[in-house]
Design a protein around this ligand. Structure first.
Ligand SMILES: [Zn+2]
Length: 332
């Protein structure tokens, strides 16, 4: 009887001691971390058209962008393209890369474009949140790729902020999943003088990352840096940044192009602005469907031109890039 009692006491003591060990070794989650995790988990199972949520901080915002961006990604660790999605996310601090049925040869072009842009302009690191294949990128039938920075999550409460923004490169699936179709459209655009001689798929992607670079410089200029959570404090900065992205208010890129144009005329004599841009490419003239001029397109074309031609680039493109590099130094 006594032996049995002792045995029971020993067992109880053992259980208490092991319970204590577990209690001490299991990391305890703070209420904030638990709340953060709950918000992110709510986004892990369903794609939302226009999500609404109260997002308390930057970390939760990135958690949601990751959960949503990876939701439609195909799971297959052996596939070369699946591996490349993870590599791009890790190397450049992106939340999610989703390349759907992109062929390995096109994914390699994308990787090449990223390698060039992120090593030439390290300021881009961590700026872009997503790269995604979509059925359509805009209403325009001509657009195969697009950079956009847009509101992604709006606030649940009647107050406007905080909101979460998403900075992404969108690629049209029917082109980027079909290498022959994509090459064909590149060939036609080069033949028509729309893009510079020597443009390939990677140069088209460099052009889009060029738009992301301009947007990144603006976000530094207005003090947003790489933020994706816009709260009340950042709201004024975000309004200024957003305004600059609109075609009619492109003061920053307009000044970049005009300064480069003035420098060119000082060095080489009089030339029309159209001929100056024409050295870069047909598209660099920035003429838009609505009859306006997009300086943003001129800058993106200059970046792509220098990627294609290197030291043999047209002076117009080189001078525009000098201005871009100057502004990166200024705002960092
Ligand atoms: Zn463009």
């Amino acid at each position: 009887m006594k032996k049995r009692k002792i045995a029971i006491i020993i067992i109880v003591l053992f259980l208490l001691a092991s319970g204590l060990v577990i209690f001490l070794t299991v990391p305890k989650m703070s209420p904030e971390d638990r709340r953060r995790q709950e918000i992110i988990e709510a986004f892990e199972e369903k794609i939302y058209e226009s999500p609404q949520a109260y997002v308390p901080d930057e970390e939760t915002a990135h958690g949601i962008l990751q959960a949503q961006g990876r939701l439609l990604r195909k799971e297959s660790p052996e596939n070369e393209v699946r591996q490349m999605e993870l590599e791009l996310e890790n190397a450049y601090g992106m939340d999610a890369v989703n390349l759907r049925d992109m062929q390995p040869e096109t994914a390699k072009d994308l990787k090449k474009a990223c390698e060039y842009m992120y090593s030439t302009y390290p300021v881009l690191q961590g700026y872009l949140t997503n790269i995604e294949l979509r059925d359509e990128v805009t209403e325009s039938v001509a657009a195969v790729a697009l950079f956009e920075c847009d509101t992604y999550i709006t606030n649940l409460s009647p107050e406007l902020y905080p909101i979460v923004i998403k900075k992404q490169v969108l690629l049209r699936a029917k082109d980027f999943e079909n290498p022959r179709r994509l090459e064909n459209s590149v060939t036609i655009n080069v033949r028509d003088g729309y893009w510079t001689e020597g443009t390939d798929v990677s140069a088209v992607l460099v052009h889009e990352l060029g738009h992301a670079l301009v947007s990144c410089i603006l976000s530094h200029k207005y003090g947003l840096d790489n933020a994706v959570l816009i709260d009340e404090q950042l709201s004024d900065a975000y309004a200024k940044y957003n305004e600059q992205q609109l075609a009619d208010h492109q003061e920053f890129v307009k000044e970049v192009c005009n300064t480069a144009f003035d420098q060119y005329r000082q060095q080489h004599g009089e030339i029309s602005y159209e001929d100056f841009c024409g050295q870069i490419s047909g598209y660099a003239k920035g003429e838009q469907e609505d009859g306006g001029i997009s300086y943003d397109e001129t800058v993106a074309e200059a970046i792509s031109h220098v990627y294609v031609h290197g030291k043999d680039s047209a002076d117009a493109a080189k001078l525009i890039l000098e201005q871009i590099k100057k502004s990166i130094e200024e705002y960092q």
